[in-house]
Design a binder for this molecule. Sequence first.
Ligand code: NDP
Ligand code: 2IT
Length: 445
Amino acid sequence: MDARLEAIKDTVLMRNPGEAEFHQAVVEVFESLGPVHDRHPEFLEAAILERLCEPERQIIFRVPWTDDSGRVQINRGFRVEFNSALGPYKGGLRFHPSVYLGIVKFLGFEQIFKNALTGMPIGGGKGGSDFDPRGRSDAEVMRFCQSFMTELYRHIGEYTDVPAGEIGVGGREIGYLFGQYKRITNRYESGVLTGKGISWGGSLVRPEATGFGTVIFTQEMLRTRGTSFDGQRVVVSGSGNVAINAVAKAQSLGAAVVACSDSSGYVVDEAGIDVALLREVKEVQRGRLKDYAERRGGVTYVDGGSVWDVDATVALPCATQNELDGAAAARLVRNGLVAVGEGANMPSTRDAVAVFQEAGVLFGPGKAANAGGVATSALEMQQNASRDSWSFEHTEERLTEIMVGIHDRCAATAEEYGEPGNYVLGANIGGFVKVADAMLAQGLI
Ligand code: NDP
Ligand code: 2IT
């Protein structure tokens, strides 16, 4: 790392102790930014990096609720409003027992650059709770969401901060959150949340957008090597919103998607994952991948283990951070891996990224490859602002244009900085320069 940036990084790490994921995200970005500071000493003079690493506002609050047996439960709620240089804070809410400030800050930090890359007018933010929705009834989830929003409402708004879904937060949760916001504020403010239901201000394609976008980005990377998804052997991790839609899109482009996972195990389905059945088991019945395996029949279900033990030419990690380590990366590379498109945020460890890059594997980092979700959220905001709703075809066309645009901008930036094909460098520099220019223009705030 550039010595000037190293000193800033050391201070950031010291000021934010115990937040390993946030440290990882910061270091990964800083490693790309030396050459930008050679060309733009004004960024150093204005302390852009120091300011970028300090969230504009961090909110932590108590979320009390009662479970179905009448017992009081207490969770912790978070919203980190990281950077508003380009627009209102924008980013999802994650409900998962592992959530703490360090996770929310890593996600919010990544979101700044991702949102900049989309070309849409959105700043970066993220939030969530250590609430675990798994095994909870609809009524419990509703009471939790209502309590969460009873505090959060005062901090958000269509011109301020616009949350959406993430791990553990889907259409059901966004519905309960929106209902409570509307009740408290007495405003039908559609643009305050995205990922809404289609009949009450949501956008077509938003549910599919992250997974579709990841595959579109990866297809563009493959195209630079004169190939495509057609005939690739694909392994996807996770079996939630992003994973299911990545499977569907990859299949529509002619790929054989042979495996996916959840936090309990993975399934190998050599005939190709049955997306309709997977949707029914996961989205309608809220079941487990094991249930999919039992209903599908003739497939292998592995309890525990790692889905990255399954050979693939294209890997699409779509579950969670640091789920693919250096050893798994090396094994995949030895067995013919050609490309990785990150549907999740920071799913590859730093060791894994190094292995991919040294082996010349096409590697699309999450902040570029999974930007289709938030980009379509911005399209949802556009539709809300104009009280309009677009067709599936039109919205998907916009998503495709945006993803191809992000790919081309990352590729062009990498080339401009002398590292053609390095999408990590391209995404970090491309996102950073846009935000840094806006921060300079807006003065010391
Ligand atoms: P979902 O909650 O719909 O699905 C998450 C999936 O990942 C589930 O299969 C879950 O398994 C698995 N998973 C979650 N946490 C862990 C863990 N700690 N260990 C192993 N497996 C885990 O979430 P999404 O599909 O929305 O999100 C998946 C990833 O995509 C996240 O990294 C998220 O940040 C990222 N992302 C999401 C966007 C969106 O629009 N939704 C946009 C951009 C990125 P189990 O059910 O067993 O917990
Ligand atoms: O990580 C992400 O980009 C998201 N979870 C989507 C955020 C959004 O506002 O749609």
